[in-house]
Design a protein around this ligand. Sequence first.
Ligand SMILES: Cc1cc2nc3c(=O)[nH]c(=O)nc-3n(C[C@H](O)[C@H](O)[C@H](O)COP(=O)(O)O)c2cc1C
Length: 405
Amino acid sequence: MNQVFAGRRLAVGVCGGIAAYKVLTVVSRLVQAGALVDVLMTPAAHRFVGALSFQALTHRPVLDDPWATDAEGQIAHIAVAEAADLLLIAPATANTLAKLAHGLADDAVTLTALAARAPLLLAPAMDGGMFGHPATQGNLATLLARGCLVVGPEEGRLASGLTGHGRMAEPESILQAAAGLLQRRADLAGLRIVVTAGGTREPIDPVRYIGNRSSGKMGYAIAEAAAARGAAVTLISAPSALPVPSAVTYIAVETVQELRTALHRGLAHTDVLIQAAAVSDYRVAAVAAEKMKRKGEDLVLRLVENPDLIAEIGAMPERPILVGFAAETGNDLAQAREKLRRKNLDLNVLNDVTAPGSGFGTDTNQVTILGRSGAPEVLPLQSKRAVADALLDRVLALIPESRRP
Ligand SMILES: Cc1cc2nc3c(=O)[nH]c(=O)nc-3n(C[C@H](O)[C@H](O)[C@H](O)COP(=O)(O)O)c2cc1C
């Protein structure tokens, strides 16, 4: 792990919690591994640990004054934010999580976090009641949805003497999470990845449609994660209320036919296709040209079957790596395995949309990844962004060494 940090630049934001003393170990390990570390402190952090300790470990000044300029006269927090390969905030207090979630920037830590473009790793630490409070949970959900990574907290003895969920992750876990993030930074560079997302709409008449409950969150998280890891990403999106992610080529579609056209247009230049869109299996045979009116009797709509887009591509002699999603109401592994084989997929992601914390509209997901060989891999319930990164790790492992960036 240590070689990952050599020559990298990390900003470490320390907040006012008891666990601040453990961050001395994290910083010391980073410096020993060859990283250049800028420590930022909130005013409250000074109550728990001395700036001098961090200064002595890093051989650099601690940034705790939002108004400070550096030796070149640059605004210090902007210089640190721009230079950082990774920003770690540990301990991330409930107060700072709230500020980050709302974009407040009134101390060196939150100010730098707002200015930084580097990935943000948070190590929350607090009393169990504070961690479980809906405000803190809501703030964390906002930050996770925005692509921040969170390590811990863990269950254990808290500073109060009570046992609960809120203890900061151990320095070793924090270092491992930071190393994983840095390692992933550009590991997909050179790959062309197409992600489909959202829920298709099949028109009934100019006003009504047949749709589904997909929010697009899983597909958008995959597109964002792949772009952050250097891939050239095309996001083909059926309707979704989510903002268009930056750094992706965005194609909006509505129906399965439109999705099919968009997919085939770029297929020759696609290395990996991840089909996370929820597509309608059927469409209305005869779409009414005008809004249909009540007739005082039952209405029968004839539906015709849509093409199975991923199976079509799976049957092609030259095809990209294919990843499918099986959104099921139940955890039917046999059916997911059969789908993988029948559609000639490389990976099939089984997603029980009825499981707590999983499925449509949630920010978290619990999935099982099935490959062509080996046992199904059951991932823990985690943010959709973390699921996206775990899935992209599996995709990368399928790409022959010779073709890897
Ligand atoms: C002894 C003591 C321990 C504290 N420990 C924590 C903690 O572990 N986590 C937390 O979120 N807040 C903790 N707090 C409260 C924060 O210090 C307080 O909310 C502060 O405003 C946080 O400021 P900051 O987020 O700018 O660092 C503690 C307060 C005291 C007095």
